[in-house]
Structure formats: structure tokens, C-alpha cells
Design a protein around this ligand. Sequence first.
Ligand SMILES: [Zn+2]
Ligand SMILES: [Zn+2]
Length: 272
Amino acid sequence: MPITFLFIVHRLLDSVWIESLRYFIGASGVALLCWLLATRIAHRRIQTRRATNTDRLREVRQSMWSMAVFAVVDLITVVLIVIGAIAFNDGPPVLTTILWQTAALIVMHDAYFYWMHRSLHHKTMFRLLHAVHHLSRTPTSWAAYSFATGEAAFEAVIVPLMIAVITIIAPAEPWAVFIFLGHQIARNAFGHAGFELAWPGFARSPWTGWLTTTVHHDLHHSEGRYNFGLYFTWWDSWLGTEHPHYHERFEAVVNRRETAGQEMPVHGAVSP
Ligand SMILES: [Zn+2]
Ligand SMILES: [Zn+2]
């Protein structure tokens, strides 16, 4: 494909458009769900503090900036296609390939996110790159992409690199990338939702306990020192960074009765 100035401009605009669509569907979908279920899930609100409209506006504004950064970083994908490091399957989709590639993308992304996120909590990195995300001490689904410029670049750069890795084994299935990206925004928006929708026992069950919950990431926002994982609890539990009271806090939220004390105290302050 000829790389012209016009091609680059088109590619940037396409990226911003696709990312925005994904973000607004994911973040507004979760916000709408919480709003529709407001009375039924009021007792599942995780923090006593309420996010304000100013918080939401800041999260949306910062997310829109991040999407512009994502679009620039996405130009790496073009370079990798040109040099042959990324190839997409342009034949009929193959179900087994879609399945393993989707799983591989999710597992690789989770590992990358854990280590990147943990590094961003190093003192100097935190101030420069990650403090903006932690302005959302009581996050809402709109915080999904609320990143400073540097963090947005780190968040985005892994995607073309992972597609290059799976291309080593087989041309990437566009459906695998599509499902991975849809799963990413859905889990991200739910992780910041502020309400726990999972059921009692979810965090302890061998069938579901390896999946992160909203309480898991919410504790990261309210206390900062633990729970760096994204989709799975694996890395935090392997490396001892899981919040020491994660399970109690999770059970406390999901076992509250609708009429009982509906709120949970917020402890500590955010620090790297
Ligand atoms: Zn963090
Ligand atoms: Zn977050």
C-alpha cells in the first residue's frame, strides 16, 4: 500500500472514529446499565464517596485525548504491515484460529498490563504518567481511557506488537482482534463501574475467582497499592500484590442486604 500524507491522515481519522465508537459504546453501555438498575443495585455501590459530574467530564475529556494518542500509536500497525511483521487472514475466517488467537491476545495483554501498570506506580513514573488515571479516586465507566499522554502511548503500543507475535504462528484473524478489543473495553468499563455486579462467592470460586471483579480494580483506585491486574487475578496473587482484604471487601459488598447499610467506608489515600 502506498504510504502518502493523505493515507496517514485517513488512517488517523479512522482510528479516532473506531476507538471513539468502542469507548462510547462500552462506557455509556455500562453507565446506562448501572443507571437502569440504580434502585436494584444501590446496595452494591462500592464506595461511600460519589463521583461527581465534574469527575465524569474530566474522565471523558481525558479519554478523548487518549484516543487521539492511540490513533498516532496505531500508525505502528501500518509500519508492521508494510514490513510484513503483521499479516491478516484475508480468506474465510477459521473458528479454531479465532479462538486461540483471542485467548492468546487476552492472556498476553493481561501480563503486559500487570507489569506496565506496576512500573507506572514507581514514584517518578507515577507522577509523570499515571497520576492522571488516579484522579478518579471513585471511578466511573467513563474513566476507561482516562490516561495521561505517556500512559496512553504505553497502553496502545502493545496491541500491534501482540498482533505481530501471533502473526509468527498464523496470519491474524480480524475477528480475533475485534473480539479482543470488544472484551477489552467491556472489562475495562465494568472494572471502573463503581458497582459490583458479581455474585457472592464469585471471587473465591475455583471457576470464577481467577477473573478480576469491579471491587478488585476499585480497591486499586481507592487505595492505590494493590491489585495491578486487568482481566485475571493471577499476577497479583502470584506476586503478593493482591489487596490483603480483597476477599472480605468483595463479600462485604455482595452480601449487603438491600435495606441494610448500603455503603462501605473508603480507606487510605491513593499513593504509588
Ligand atoms: Zn494504578
Ligand atoms: Zn483504573
